[in-house]
Design a protein around this ligand. Structure first.
Ligand SMILES: Nc1ncnc2c1ncn2[C@@H]1O[C@H](COP(=O)(O)OP(=O)(O)OP(=O)(O)O)[C@@H](O)[C@H]1O
Ligand SMILES: [Mg+2]
Length: 324
C-alpha cells in the first residue's frame, strides 16, 4: 500500500479526534474518506500531510514514516487543506511559482511545471488575477494546482468539492479521476457519501474518531441491496438526502439542462428525449425549489418523480453524528 495507517491515535484532551484507526490504499486509487462534522477527517489528513503528529500508531507514505521522515514524505505528497489561507498581492501565476520554489524547482523546470499545472487545472485565464480576489471555486482550483506543483505520487484533498457550484464540482471530480488514471493515489474527504460514490474505488467511513466501515463501492452497494443498512432513529442532520429525480416534460428537454444545473443541490443532469434525470443532494425544500424554478421559467413539466439513492442510508446506519 502506498498509504498505510496503523492504529493512529490523536486525542485533544478528552476529545478522541482520531482513535486507533487503520486503513490503506494503493496507487491509481481514489479513497473516499467520509464522515460527519467532527468525525476526525481533517485531523487524520493533517497527520498524513506531516503538519500534525499522532500520539500513537504509525503512518507510512511511499514506504516512509510520516513521523520519522516527514521531509521525505513531503516530497511525495500534495495536500489541499480545507482552507485557502491569506495571500495578498500575489497573482495566480506568482502563487504557484512561489510554491514551486519552495519545492526547490528552478529555472525552466519551474516555469514548465507551473504551466503544466495551469493547463491541467484550467487556470490559464486567471494567471494574472490576484489570488485574494478569487471566488471560492476559483481558489479551490488554485489550491489543487498548488497541491500538484511538485508532481506528487499521493494527494490528500480535504473537502475539495465543498462549496462549489454543480459544474465546478463535476469538473473537480473529473480532475481527481484523471489524476487517479495517471497512477496517483488520492485520499479525498467529504461528508456526503453520494458526492464521491461515482468516482471512489474505495470508501472509508469515519465517525467520532473510529473507522465505521471500509470497502469498495461495489461492496457497499451490495450490502445496501441485501438490506444490511436500514436507517435507524438517527437525527437527519440538515435534512439533506441524495435522490435521483426524473422530470418529464411535454417537449424535448435539451434546453432545460442549463437551468436545472444551476439549481441548488443539483449534482448532475442527463437529458433523454423529453426526460431529465437529475442527481440531487439537498433538502426537501431545495427539491421543491427545483420544480418551482422550472415552472416559473414556463417549462411544461408533466412529471416529477424522486427516489432515494440509498447511499445516505449507509451513512446514517454506520455513523452516529452528534458533536462531542
Ligand atoms: N487543535 C485542536 N484542538 C482541540 N480539538 C481539536 C483540534 N483539532 C480538531 N479538534 C477536535 O477533533 C475532532 C475532529 O475534528 P476534525 O477537524 O478532524 O473533524 P472533521 O471530520 O474534519 O470535521 P468537518 O467535517 O467538520 O471538517 C473535533 O471534535 C474537533 O473539535
Ligand atoms: Mg474537516
Amino acid at each position: 500500500m502506498i498509504v498505510q495507517l496503523d492504529n493512529v491515535r490523536r486525542h485533544f484532551g478528552p476529545v478522541k479526534a482520531v482513535d486507533d484507526i487503520s486503513f490503506g490504499f494503493d496507487r491509481g486509487t481514489i479513497c473516499g474518506f467520509i464522515g460527519p462534522n467532527g468525525a476526525g477527517k481533517t485531523t487524520t489528513m493533517r497527520i498524513l500531510a506531516t503538519v500534525d503528529v499522532p500520539q500513537a500508531g504509525e503512518a507510512d507514505i511511499c514506504g516512509h514514516s510520516v513521523i520519522d521522515y516527514p521531509d521525505r514524505v513531503r516530497q511525495r505528497i500534495g495536500f489541499m487543506p480545507d482552507y485557502f489561507g491569506t495571500y495578498n498581492h500575489m497573482t495566480v501565476w506568482e502563487y504557484l511559482d512561489f510554491f514551486g520554489l519552495t519545492y526547490g524547482l528552478h529555472g525552466k523546470k519551474r516555469f514548465d511545471r507551473v504551466r503544466r499545472v495551469m493547463d491541467f487545472t484550467d487556470l490559464k485565464p486567471l494567471a494574472e488575477r490576484d489570488v485574494s480576489d478569487l471566488s471560492k471555486g476559483m481558489k479551490q482550483r488554485v489550491s489543487l494546482g498548488r497541491a500538484l506543483i511538485n508532481d506528487p505520487e499521493v494527494l490528500i484533498l480535504d473537502e475539495p468539492a465543498a462549496g462549489l457550484d454543480p459544474r465546478a464540482r463535476i469538473e473537480v471530480l473529473e480532475l481527481i479521476q484523471e489524476l487517479a488514471a495517471n497512477g496517483k493515489a488520492l485520499l479525498v474527504s467529504s461528508h456526503i457519501l453520494a458526492e464521491l460514490s461515482k468516482i471512489c474505488d474505495e470508501v472509508v467511513i469515519i465517525d467520532r474518531g473510529k473507522i465505521r466501515l471500509t470497502g469498495t463501492m461495489s461492496e457497499i452497494r451490495h450490502h445496501l441491496r441485501s438490506g444490511r443498512f436500514k436507517r435507524g432513529s438517527a437525527a437527519d442532520g440538515d435534512g439533506a438526502t441524495a435522490k435521483k429525480v426524473t422530470i418529464t416534460f411535454s417537449k424535448p428537454a435539451t434546453d432545460a439542462e442549463k437551468l436545472i444545473l444551476e439549481q441548488p443541490g443539483v449534482q448532475e443532469v442527463r437529458i433523454i428525449g423529453t426526460e431529465a434525470v437529475v442527481e440531487h443532494i439537498g433538502t426537501q425544500e431545495s427539491l421543491a425549489n427545483l420544480l418551482k424554478a422550472l415552472v416559473t421559467a414556463e417549462w411544461p413539466v408533466v412529471g416529477f418523480k424522486s427516489e432515494q439513492e440509498g447511499l445516505e442510508d449507509v451513512f446514517m446506519a454506520v455513523t452516529e453524528g452528534g458533536l462531542e
